[in-house]
Design a protein. Structure first.
Length: 240
């Protein structure tokens, strides 16, 4: 005990509000005033969390809070109100308590260094681009659980085709998912004409063009998560 506070990890809550802290077999009971206000079921949801108790001279606790989550001055009435009015499951509370500690995966991927290539060297265009292999390698190295999906056209007569089309041309649809968040990119099927990208008429689309467009869409979908986004900043036409 330090001054009139006791800290430790909550390990058990009795039916009448008594609690135990890890490493201490002694029951610690609330004052009568605090017990009258306590929501014991909600308190059980915080088992495993670091707790801070405000103790009385006779060994009872008259207030409590999650250690490190509030001010040093524990006001028992306010603390009990916050628990009884908005009871939360243990896992949900952990998520909120660590909100500021969790990494921002977008910022992490934004800072990933990926080799870029200048297509002027290939005599196609002077746009910079990231190869799909370099993009996917960077993404999976940091987030091995990342997944991608190539959407298929399931309309009658075109079931299973990896692109969508009408009289204006064709488009592919690719999504990349990280941590249950999916970003989807639609990209028209294009070809190079005099160093410029141009749509391919529906009757002239080849499997090679479909595959190339799918991989460009994969890179852009990854960039929506931050991986390689820098290459598109100020250059909306940058593609592989």
């Amino acid at each position: 005990m330090e001054d009139n506070y006791m800290v430790g990890t909550l390990s058990f809550v009795s039916k009448i509000g008594g609690i135990k802290l890890e490493g201490n077999d002694q029951w610690i009971n609330p004052t009568k005033e605090l017990r009258a206000k306590m929501d014991i079921d909600s308190l059980k949801g915080f088992i495993g969390e670091p707790f801070k108790l405000r103790m009385t001279e006779d060994g009872h606790f008259e207030g409590y809070s999650l250690d490190g989550m509030g001010s040093n001055e524990i006001e028992s009435v306010e603390i009990v109100k916050s628990v009884t009015e908005t009871p939360k499951p243990k896992e949900e509370f952990k998520s909120e308590a660590n909100r500021n500690k969790k990494e921002n995966y977008f910022n992490k991927l934004m800072n990933v260094s990926i080799k870029i290539t200048n297509k002027f060297e290939t005599k196609k265009t002077n746009l910079n681009y990231i190869s799909w292999a370099d993009s996917w390698k960077a993404l999976k190295t940091i987030y091995p659980e990342a997944q991608y999906r190539i959407y298929e056209d399931n309309e009658m007569g075109r079931s299973g085709l990896p692109y969508f089309s009408d009289k204006t041309g064709g488009m592919v649809k690719v999504g990349v998912t990280i941590s249950k968040t999916e970003h989807i990119i639609w990209l028209p099927i294009m070809k190079y004409i005099d160093k410029q990208m141009a749509s391919v008429p529906i009757g002239e689309i080849t499997t090679f063009q479909i595959n190339s467009t799918i991989m460009r869409a994969l890179v852009k979908a990854a960039a929506m998560h931050g991986c390689g986004l820098f290459v598109y900043q100020g250059n909306e036409e940058a593609e592989e």
